[in-house]
Design a protein. Structure first.
Length: 407
């Protein structure tokens, strides 16, 4: 029997390439890659590489459909946000399991997402401000503090808290600069919404034939109060009480149903405000950066990428559960703008009890810029222990051991 063949859509900037290549290898799956010019992949993939432009979903989908005439494709996996619409269109044409294009498109636009989710779950009160909007009026109506964000970006880029009218004006200017520098329409509307206080969680899940399965819920134990929202600590299992955990899962499933997603990975972020769980964001992908490495499943410690591939090939993964130990990851945000000289103390951080890996992704000489301008991270620290408190303690000790030298 021929091995199944899976096409992955990979932006060249993806953190996830190596992990998906390894998962495909382990599963004995033939891998095709659609990308916009990842050089190392181009060299090794030969005719299994499909060049696409990720800014043009329809043409990218046409390219993939054309490639399927030459080589069988059994499933298409969009690894990051950018490929979800092309994957939906191409899969639909090829008769493969897929999300409705309108559903995934909604996850790529923060305004459409808010409108599609509607009243299905709690969301912050919001307004979408066009280029000529009266921001002082909008600010007064919604009430401060507010969060302003561009519609089309991700990784907290351009997401800014404003406590008053003046700060909102500055935030809007900054967002316009960021959007323009990113090549998007400078007149792109800006989403303005009430700031939701409370602790933040993220939830990852997989959808199989429209049905939600929770893979992991991460607490984010560092306060994220703005004005910019760097990600730092993620710890699972959640330490919220069982009724809150159930509500987090219920909110994810209800939001997914409201948006209309039918298959594949989902990552959502929520805040726990008193007894309410408020949806901040929902994306049709797994957790970002290298954070997926904090997750292993079942008795054989299966990585999340293998689950994604197996689910895409039609296997019913609904019985899978995360391993029993607690786990976590600390993302290392860029502390200030400049040239990275060195990250010291890596060996010492690795030797901290319960630390399983320290993966530094930035290189000496890299030009780095913090949020709200740039959403890249310097690296990732991983821990595993019997309970979440020990995981959090290990991550804090290890990150304090690191010294970041930026000129
Ligand atoms: N309405 C809000 N209230 C409080 N914090 C928010 C709000 N919106 C965003 N944030 C913070 O900003 C982060 C990034 O916002 P999000 O909408 O998820 O954008 P992105 O797609 O860039 O990740 C969130 O994880 C959260 O910490
Ligand atoms: Mg987010």
């Amino acid at each position: 029997m021929q091995p199944p063949s899976v096409l992955f859509i990979l932006p060249s900037s993806s953190y996830r390439i190596a992990d998906f290549v390894e998962a495909a290898d382990t599963l004995g799956v033939e891998m095709l890659v659609a990308t916009e010019g990842h050089q190392t992949l181009a060299a090794t993939m030969g005719d299994r590489l499909v060049p696409i432009d990720l800014c043009d979903d329809q043409t990218a989908a046409d390219r993939i459909v054309a490639a399927a005439k030459l080589r069988r494709i059994d499933a298409i996996v969009p690894v990051d946000d950018q490929g979800v619409v092309a994957a939906a269109i191409a899969s639909s044409k090829l008769g493969l399991t897929h999300n409705p294009a309108a559903a995934v498109a909604a996850t790529r636009n923060k305004s459409t997402l808010r409108h599609k989710v509607g009243a299905a779950v709690r969301q912050p009160a919001f307004n979408v401000a066009g280029p000529r909007a009266d921001f002082s009026e909008l600010g007064r109506t919604l009430g401060y503090p507010l969060v302003a964000k561009p519609l089309s970006m991700s990784a907290s880029v351009g997401v800014i808290r404003a406590n008053d009218e003046e700060a909102l004006g500055r935030a809007v200017d900054t967002i316009r600069n960021i959007v323009t520098a990113g090549g998007a329409d400078p007149n792109e509307p800006i989403l303005i919404e009430q700031y939701v206080p409370g602790s933040e969680v993220s939830i990852d899940g997989l959808i199989h034939e429209g049905e939600w399965t929770t893979l992991a819920i991460f607490d984010k134990p560092d306060p994220m109060e703005g004005p910019h929202f760097e990600e730092t600590l993620f710890v699972t299992p959640s330490r919220h009480p069982p009724e809150v955990v159930s509500e987090i899962e219920a909110v994810a499933a209800a939001a997914v149903a409201a948006v209309g997603l039918r298959t594949g990975a989902v990552h959502a972020e929520m805040r726990i405000k008193g007894s309410d769980v408020v949806l901040l964001e929902l994306a049709a992908r797994t957790i970002g950066g290298l954070c997926g490495r904090a997750l292993r499943f079942g008795l054989t410690s299966t990585p999340i990428e293998q689950l994604i591939i197996r689910n895409a090939l039609g296997e019913d993964i609904r019985n899978i559960r995360r391993e029993s130990s607690a786990s976590g990851v600390a993302m290392l945000p860029v502390p200030r703008q400049g040239t990275l000289l060195e990250i010291g103390g890596v060996e010492a951080a690795r030797s901290v009890a319960n630390i399983t890996a320290v993966d530094i992704t930035a290189r000496p000489g890299d030009a780095v810029r913090p949020l709200p301008y740039d959403g890249t991270y310097l690296g990732f620290v991983f821990a595993k222990a019997a309970g979440p408190d020990e995981v959090e303690a290990a991550l804090r000790t290890a990150t304090q051991t690191l010294s970041i030298d930026i000129e």
